[in-house]
Design a protein. Sequence first.
Length: 48
Amino acid sequence: MQSYDLAVKDAVAALRNLTAANASPAVAALAGQLLARAQAANHILGER
């Protein structure tokens, strides 16, 4: 459960950075990766 919570917190932080004036494509890519990580953690929790 901790890994899921951390993954979601990281993804939300990355999404918040997308609204910054200096947001770059790299920030968007990182947000996508972190969202995928959170989704994978959620899927794993759902299988337990």
